[in-house]
Write a protein that binds this ligand. Structure first.
Ligand SMILES: *[C@@H]1O[C@H](CO)[C@@H](O)[C@H](O)[C@H]1NC(C)=O
Ligand SMILES: *[C@@H]1O[C@H](CO)[C@@H](O)[C@H](O)[C@H]1NC(C)=O
Ligand SMILES: *[C@@H]1O[C@H](CO)[C@@H](O)[C@H](O)[C@H]1NC(C)=O
Ligand SMILES: [Fe+2]
Length: 479
């Protein structure tokens, strides 16, 4: 065991060294596969799903950004027994709440399940970069939490995001969540597929949404998670009489879509510190003339790289993926949006869906059109890096079959559980890490220094090798 452990740590050091600064080399397929625990959901009586003490105590507390700029939050929770109060009391010192905001609640049914009372409250007019305390619930069963608002947007404002996807509620999910909570992450970019409650039947579907809300509360009550949706949120179940897609998700989770002039909660954008985050929906129409298409075109014009140098896109289905799982499912969105991703110099695109980890080189396939052939991705210094972080650890297990040989566009891939962090330093540099879950610790496994696509384009980079188009397995890698 010892020997293996030190072998793997040596391997890690080697991988980390090889990956520093977006580099040129053939892609790496890590052979490390560790499914630490069976991919089964944690039983409902486990303490990770414990309900808080007190009659009608608020549970499943989660917060998300509530406006475009970062001065508001939406605070959400569920009361199980009675509606109770939708008020949030808050202030800058503990137990002294100078302010309050009034929210509202609703309940819904899903098949034979009846939900508790779901509260959402917008808390706005917050100061930047300030620690707040807040209290929800009625006096005898009230609960208190805290959060820290982001600094005002500016080109050199440091900020650290976590990236988590396809989380579910297994022991592997728990490992991912706990490892993330040990990181310096200040907000989570969630790339879809939350609870996997849709794998259950009838009233258990709602019950597993509830348990998931309690499961993630140790993080979601204290820092915003920015939501994007995955296929497990669709829940289109004619057999159960449930025909309205995204019902549970939309009842339980909020997004600040109106603040970015979106007409739908499933796609939106926010500015946070030095990043402009665009969230897309893989499962809503996006071809030409649709609302999402029109919105994205306009939102890309609103991006101000002088203020928010880092342009990040979240979407559930990966656009470049070399796993057998979900291979080419991102092709339709690629053909519609890839041009814009390149012309607007998007820094990185995070996706989930595939239950493994993968990072691409900067490549594009925008020269291809159906009449010309030549349909291979080629190195493109204006293109984003595509990163799949669908490895949160849900009950469906790992996607362990990568296509062989590793395609040119794939820089690093590994089929094990984990999460990523993106540590933005300033307008030119961001330190990126994918952390594998390992026995009792997280192991930084894929580490890259990203140079900003807008500000760092004149920094010295290795020249692109342009002559790679079809068939060549020599590195697409270029810089
Ligand atoms: C919502 O709650 C009310 C009052 O408790 C209850 O009568 C109603 O059936 C619930 N609605 C749904 C859709 O579950
Ligand atoms: C397809 O590509 C060819 C060759 O690059 C170009 O001449 C043509 O205009 C393109 N067609 C469209 C519709 O973009
Ligand atoms: C930006 O951050 C990087 C990494 O910490 C550092 O090397 C670089 O000097 C910084 N640039 C500026 C302009 O401060
Ligand atoms: Fe998915």
């Amino acid at each position: 065991m010892r020997m293996w452990a030190s072998f793997f740590s040596l391997l890690n050091v080697a991988l980390v060294l090889m990956n520093v600064i977006e580099h040129g080399s053939a892609g790496i397929t890590s052979t490390f596969i560790r499914a630490e625990w069976a991919a089964a959901d944690i039983p409902l009586d486990n303490k990770v799903f414990e309900t808080p003490n007190g009659y009608n105590a608020p549970q499943q507390v989660h917060i998300t950004q509530g406006d475009y700029e970062g001065k508001a939050l939406i605070i959400s929770w569920v009361t199980p027994d009675a509606p109770g109060s939708s008020k949030v009391q808050f202030g800058t010192s503990e137990k002294q709440y100078q302010f309050s905001a009034e929210g509202s609640y609703s309940n819904y049914s899903f098949s034979s399940y009846k939900s508790g009372y779901i509260h959402h409250c917008l808390v706005d007019g917050l100061q930047y970069d300030t620690k707040y305390y807040y209290k929800i619930g009625d006096d005898d069963s009230g609960r208190e939490f805290r959060f820290h608002t982001p600094p005002e947007s500016g080109p050199d404002v440091p900020y650290t995001f976590g990236i988590i996807g396809d989380l579910g509620q297994t022991y592997n999910s728990l490992s991912t969540l706990q490892h993330y909570m040990e990181s310096e992450g200040q907000a989570v970019l969630f790339v879809g597929d939350l609870s996997y409650a849709d794998r259950y039947d009838n009233e258990d579907i709602g019950a597993r949404w509830d348990s998931w809300g309690r499961f993630v509360e140790p993080s979601t009550a204290y820092q915003p998670w920015l939501w994007s949706i995955g296929n497990h949120e669709i829940e289109y179940f004619p057999k159960l009489g449930e025909l309205v897609p995204f019902k549970s998700f939309l009842q339980r989770y909020r997004t600040p879509f109106e603040a970015s002039q979106s007409s739908n909660p499933l796609w939106y954008a926010v500015r946070r510190a030095s990043a402009h985050i665009i969230v897309l929906s893989s499962y809503s129409p996006y071809v030409k003339y649709t609302p999402q298409y029109i919105w994205l075109k306009e939102e890309l014009e609103r991006v101000d790289r002088e203020k928010t140098p880092w342009l990040i896109v979240l979407v559930h289905v990966p656009i470049y993926n070399s796993n057998e799982a979900h291979f080419m499912e991102g092709e339709c969105m690629r053909s519609v949006f890839e041009n814009w991703f390149v012309s607007h110099k998007v820094d990185m695109i995070f996706a989930g869906h595939v239950h493994a980890y993968e990072r691409s080189y900067r490549i594009s396939n925008i020269h291809y059109n159906v009449s010309t052939g030549g349909c291979h991705p080629i190195p493109d210094k204006s293109a984003p890096v595509y990163i799949t972080v669908g490895d949160g650890g849900n009950q469906e297990g790992l996607a362990a079959r990568f296509r062989d040989p590793q395609p040119d566009y794939s820089a690093f891939r590994e089929s094990s559980y984990g999460h990523s962090t993106l540590q933005i330093k300033n307008r030119t540099h961001a330190f990126y890490n994918w952390n594998r879950n390992d026995d009792g610790k997280k192991v930084p496994t894929d580490s890259v220094v990203f140079l900003n696509q807008y500000w760092a384009s004149n920094l010295q980079r290795r020249k692109l090798k342009r002559n790679i188009c079809r068939g060549s397995l020599s590195s697409v890698a270029a810089f």
